[in-house]
Design a protein around this ligand. Structure first.
Ligand SMILES: [Zn+2]
Length: 462
């Protein structure tokens, strides 16, 4: 009898949602892992015969998912979660938080707040993130990398005042110079976190900044990440300035492309959808922010049509003060359910499509499709394990339906990133979770003392 091949980790007897090309779901499945790579995926009976593992993980009654990809989150926003009045639409909300809070954010707020978001989202199965722009890039990148998650982050850059939003605006030259410096300094990344180029977008950037940033992203082979078409005001402003819609304008100036990631994208018409498909531009849908900040998702959202046209759409939890949560399982639920209602058609969204948006589509957006986003031989061992022996998971007839529509994010039991357990039995192993919570609360007291903002509520607080 041939001897068994030795490997590091063999996950056995679970249900594996591979999201591979055939979209196989393997019951009684196993995943063989050596160092940071997946070696083989198949039935447990076959893999148990073939491999001798240093560590065997019993995944009976567990769901084995590709590590989820949170394609849009913000570090600096975390410290003002719950601080702003909830009756502000997008523009006044942005003004409120940036005028009051963003201007006093210190590097430590971004580091501890950033780690807070990452723990929160990690504990719901996220292994990879795309961050949307920091004020203190160097300290933040070095500070958050120690959690051991995979990700890309950049500098919050904009060079144009739009609708009175003049807080922390820079010149075009400074934005370009700082982004180039950041890309060069952190080439190759720190841990699993790499630099990328981030623009605020949404009428707050000049054509020169858009065009030169696209060239910079091409040169550094990274992604260009920005917000666009979130509100009607954004479209109206674009008509006033350029006589055309936001995405039409980016198309005309050559700022779209395979390495461009556009976030929100609620107000996009069919002509613009064709431009996105033609240029292979990526879109990130943030349903929780769209709903809470009244972007008009139900009235204007065209996400089923984008997917139909072949546009790569992934999803993100966005900022902790407009989403306000970082639970990816809750976000996947919203992604699947909202189009059913706003199209008055239960077939307009599906559990499978929502899972694709949280896994393989996110990998494409980050230009990491060949490395992550599915459980396949040759890919990085980024895996989220969910416990199905829980009230929210039973009765269990269809693991995919229960995952998307019934399960809670906290049913994520363990997370493996790059072959290492970063969370095991709900305990984060890479950093001290209690310390992060205490640090955030300590920073919050300081912010609260400086700002002296009221608690916005019609109720009597004693
Ligand atoms: Zn954002």
């Amino acid at each position: 009898m041939a001897s068994k091949k030795i490997l590091d980790l063999l996950i056995v007897d679970g249900t594996i949602v591979t999201v591979d090309k055939e979209r196989r779901v393997i019951r009684n499945g196993a995943v063989a892992i050596s160092k940071n790579k997946i070696i083989e995926v198949g039935k447990s009976s076959a893999l148990k015969k073939k491999y001798q593992a240093k560590r065997v993980y019993d995944a009976n009654e567990k769901l084995i998912m590709p590590g989820l990809i949170n394609s849009h989150l913000h570090f600096y926003h975390h410290m003002h979660r719950g601080l702003s009045p909830e009756n502000l639409n997008g523009v006044p909300w942005s003004d409120f938080v940036h005028r009051n809070v963003a201007t006093i954010v210190e590097p430590e707020d971004e580091i501890w707040g950033g780690l807070g978001i990452l723990i929160e989202t990690l504990k719901t199965g996220v292994t990879t993130f795309l961050e949307a722009g920091s004020y203190n890039t160097d300290e933040t990148l070095e500070g958050i990398a120690r959690i051991g998650m995979r990700g890309k982050m950049g500098r919050r850059s904009f060079d144009m005042v739009s609708q009175g939003h003049d807080m922390l605006v820079d010149s075009t030259a400074i934005c370009l110079k700082q982004n180039e410096r950041f890309m060069k300094k952190y080439k190759g990344g720190v841990g699993l976190v790499e630099p990328c180029i981030v623009l605020v977008g949404m009428g707050r950037c000049t054509d020169e900044l858009y065009k030169k940033s696209k060239v910079m992203a091409d040169h550094h082979e990274t992604v260009l990440h920005m917000h666009q078409a979130n509100m009607l005001e954004n479209v109206q402003e674009s008509y006033q300035l350029y006589g055309e819609r936001p995405i039409e304008h980016l198309y005309k100036i050559g700022a779209l492309g395979e390495n461009v990631v556009l976030v929100h994208m609620i107000h996009v018409n069919s002509r613009e959808i064709n431009m996105l498909a033609e240029t292979k531009t990526n879109v990130v849908h943030c349903p929780s922010t769209a709903i809470k900040l009244a972007y008009g998702l139900s009235a204007f959202g065209n996400f089923p049509e984008m997917a139909q046209a072949g546009v790569n759409v992934s999803i993100g939890t966005d900022a902790s003060d407009c989403s306000n949560f970082n639970d990816m399982v809750r976000l996947i639920y919203l992604t699947a359910a909202t189009p059913k209602d706003y199209r008055y058609d239960a077939a307009a969204g599906s559990a499978e499509k929502a899972i694709e948006m949280a896994t393989i589509n996110g990998a494409k957006a980050l230009n990491m499709e060949n490395e992550i986003g599915s459980i396949e031989a040759g890919k990085k061992a980024d895996i989220a394990i969910f416990d199905m022996h829980r009230p929210d998971w039973v009765p269990l007839y269809n693991e995919i339906q229960n995952f998307v529509y019934s399960a809670q994010g906290e049913s994520c039991e363990s997370v493996i990133i790059d072959g290492e357990f970063i969370m095991k039995d709900r305990k984060v192993l890479s950093i001290d979770e209690e310390e992060i919570i205490d640090r955030i609360q300590f920073r919050a007291k300081k912010i609260s003392a400086n700002l002296k903002l009221p608690t916005y509520s019609p109720w009597k607080w004693l």
